[in-house]
Design a protein around this ligand. Structure first.
Ligand code: KG4
Length: 339
């Protein structure tokens, strides 16, 4: 194999990782979460500026930890999309500059492929595989019949599940990112509030979370208008059961229909305790293997980008120095990046 240096800057984490012959030598992550917390969500312009400030430092630390010199690197990999356009640009400019300066290959990587392939640090992938990709920006069920072969069989028609967690948390007065406090409080609550499960009963793997979010917001406001207080743990529990229930329902049907051998959880929301527990129960029932990612795999990091890049290096998937970012890049088009 080779020495790969990967860069991730698609949202609010600046990260650089280095692998050598498939072994992870370093994975340095600088998170901006505390800065964005006071705004209740990621501020794109601030994210880009912080990536600019941090990327040099993160790169230096990753090289030192790995005891690697830039001259030793065989390929520079970078997240090309999806993500925030300005944030993506910072990582892309850095990777292109390094590839040009050291005359090495440039590898464009799809962010969600990264979340899926992060699981390869723990276990070999087995096909047909169902990737349950749930994050702040995406909610997709991806069928994989082999390596780097992605088919989206279902996706959200509106909001991503993580976005919905964050908005519901905000209306309940909980801090950003909302998934963490909701997950914690749900354990202390009871499912007493009736919430809708849009598209349930329909013959589709698509999901919808926007109506669920609006329902929670309306319920909270109606109670407040009546002078009543919403029971926050009960609302967290009712919301979590419903939102995760939507994902579990689609995934369970897909496991049966596509004879899935292995289920992989990927993305920020895969840290959710209820999703992990329920998906494991369903997989055990249906005889499918499941990879539950360790917590470090759930947040954005460059190690996951390096893992995909190793496959692309073997496949000789390289880009020219005119490569641009694509904030809406579909995982099905991971090998289409000509500008
Ligand atoms: O993948 P990610 O780090 O960022 C992108 O969207 O790229 O995902 C962040 C999302 C946030 O919406 C956050 O609220 C959610 O993941 N999240 C969780 C949990 N931990 C983080 N959602 C539910 N339960 C959790 N334990």
């Amino acid at each position: 194999m080779a020495v790969i240096l990967a860069i991730e800057s698609s949202c609010d984490e600046t990260s650089v990782a280095i692998t050598k012959d498939g072994k992870l030598l370093s994975n340095v992550i600088n998170t901006q979460i505390e800065v964005h917390q006071k705004y209740g969500g990621v501020m794109p312009e601030i994210a880009s500026r912080l990536h600019c400030e941090n990327i040099g430092l993160v790169l230096k630390e990753a090289l030192e930890k790995a005891n690697i010199k830039l001259e030793d690197v065989d390929a520079f990999a970078v997240t090309r999309g999806p993500g925030l356009i300005g944030a993506l640009h910072v990582g892309m400019q850095c990777a292109k500059t390094l590839a040009m300066l050291y005359k090495k290959q440039l590898i464009p990587v799809h962010h969600l492929a990264g979340h899926i392939y992060a699981n390869e640090y723990n276990e070999e992938l087995k096909f047909p595989l169902l990737a349950v990709v749930v994050s702040g920006g995406n909610s997709e069920l991806v069928l994989m019949k082999g390596h780097m072969d992605f088919e989206i069989i279902g996706e959200t028609r509106d909001d991503a599940i993580g976005e919905c967690y964050d908005k519901v948390a905000r209306v309940l007065g909980l801090p950003y990112p909302g998934g963490i406090p909701i997950d914690k409080l749900a354990k202390e609550g009871t499912h007493v509030y009736h919430l809708p499960k849009p598209l349930s009963g329909e013959d589709t793997y698509d999901m919808s979370f926007s109506g669920l979010k609006t329902n929670v917001i309306n319920l909270v406001h109606n109670l407040e208008q009546k002078g009543e207080k919403v029971n926050v743990p009960d609302m967290c529990r009712s919301f979590q059961d419903t939102a995760v229930g939507i994902v579990i329902d689609r995934a369970t049907r897909a496991i049966k229909e596509y004879n899935i051998k292995q289920v992989v959880l990927a993305g920020g929301v895969s840290a959710n305790s209820y999703l992990r527990e329920q998906m494991k129960i369903q997989c055990d029932k249906l005889g499918a293997n499941i990879i539950i990612p360790p917590m470090w795999c759930c947040t954005d990091n460059a190690a996951m980008i390096a893992k995909v890049a190793e496959h692309l290096y073997e496949m000789k998937v390289f880009a020219g120095l005119d490569l641009g970012v694509d904030p809406n890049w579909s995982i099905e088009k991971w090998n289409e990046f000509e500008n």
